[in-house]
Design a protein around this ligand. Structure first.
Ligand code: UD1
Length: 355
């Protein structure tokens, strides 16, 4: 019998791709999302991509995790085997301007979720953490044992939630918790029908490049060209969102392993790519020239960050399959089909009509 999984934030970027892989893997999925930085069209498209055999295994509820009553009703209606918790605010700059909003939304939301899980005897959790918890790493690749720090309120919410999860596990060893530290998620489903659609001006590199390519912005500002790297620009570990989605399935399977307590895994490729290398890969995939404006370093940015993937490979049996060419190809496929994200003219229409 298929297992029941609750996915918080399942209409978002990584959430929607993971929900699709869950459905195709035979899981029954309940998504809750407050749609603050996501869109219910993503849910409809996931159902269409999953096809008639699996689509009915997905249900969606517009719920904010801070609404305990609504959350309680969801748990009363379904016995969940595990929860994958993506829901959270994630814009670094906004978190500096509105720290209380970030702590309220991300921390209170998570505490509510954990309390309701305890009340309903559901003690299996996969949580979306981030490589941001490594702060400014002194060396690379980052292993899971590196010291943790946070450079901004957003990063602190990830760090605090990790600590809360560790405390919850220490209080009750029946819990099984996996904390996944993503590096830089990019790309989209190869169909081009689901992808990242940030509200407002994108903070991250790839959505910005994408908006330049489709003509929504005139140029990419490159933050820093004087780093001690091959071309002077920052180095990151870009990882395809489909690989990340598969990483969540691997983590979910791992939760059944009796040896699991509260574990942490990096999800990255283990390879560093400079900003200019990523721009070149995207230009090749899209055939579009990306005009650049060279600027100073962005405050808070690290020079070089990439993952050690040994632990995930060894214990989750997960390894990223895609490189930056595939990431760029799929990002462009999504961008060219949906230049205004889910707000693009055809976005409300059935995808079946387009394929
Ligand atoms: C950023 C956040 C991090 C968060 C992660 C994923 C900061 C300081 N860090 O990480 O906390 O977990 O996103 O959401 O914001 N770049 C440009 N021009 C741009 C955008 C980015 O040159 O318009 C450069 C950056 O300087 C960096 C690289 O591209 O060298 C990657 O930037 P970004 O995509 O924002 O990711 P991170 O900085 O790794």
């Amino acid at each position: 019998m298929a297992r029941n999984i609750l996915v918080t934030g399942g209409a978002g970027y990584i959430g929607s791709h993971t929900v699709l892989q869950l459905l195709l893997g035979g899981y029954r999925v309940v998504v809750i999302d407050n749609l603050d930085n996501s869109c219910d069209i993503a849910i409809k498209r996931v159902q269409e991509l999953a096809g008639p055999e699996y689509a009915s295994n997905l249900s969606f509820h517009k719920i904010d995790l801070r609404d305990k009553t609504a959350l309680g009703k969801i748990f009363a209606s379904t016995k969940f085997d595990a929860v994958i918790h993506f829901a959270g605010l994630k814009a670094v700059g906004e978190s500096v301007a509105k720290p209380l909003l970030y702590h309220d939304n991300n921390l209170i939301g998570t505490i509510n979720l954990l309390e309701i899980m305890v009340a309903n005897e559901c003690k299996k959790l996969v949580f979306s953490s981030s490589a941001t918890v490594y702060g400014w790493p002194k060396e690379v690749p980052c292993t899971e044992e590196f010291p943790l720090s946070a450079a901004n309120p957003y990063g602190r919410t990830k760090l605090f939630i990790e600590e809360i999860c560790r405390d919850v596990y220490l209080s009750d060893s029946e819990w099984k918790i996996i904390l996944l530290r993503y590096f830089n998620p990019v790309g989209a489903h190869p169909s081009g029908y689901i992808g990242e659609d940030p509200h407002g001006t994108p903070n991250n590199l790839m959505p910005f490049i994408q908006q330049v390519a489709v003509g929504r912005r005139s140029a990419l500002t490159v933050f820093g060209s004087d780093y001690a790297t091959s071309d002077g620009t920052g180095v990151r570990d870009f990882v395809h969102v489909m690989d990340l989605a598969d990483g969540h399935i691997a983590a979910l399977c791992k939760l059944s392993d009796p040896s699991v307590g509260c574990e942490v895994y990096n999800l990255g490729t283990g390879k560093g790519t400079t900003v200019l290398e990523m721009v070149a890969a995207f230009e090749k995939a899209s055939g579009k020239k990306i005009p650049l404006v060279m600027a100073g370093r962005r405050p808070g940015d690290a020079e070089v960050v990439y993952a050690s993937t040994a632990k995930a490979e060894r214990e989750l049996k997960w390894k990223a399959k895609y490189g930056i060419d595939e990431m760029s190809r799929d990002q462009w496929n999504w961008a060219s089909k949906n230049p205004y994200g889910y707000g693009s003219p055809k976005s409300g229409a059935s995808l079946i009509a387009h394929i």
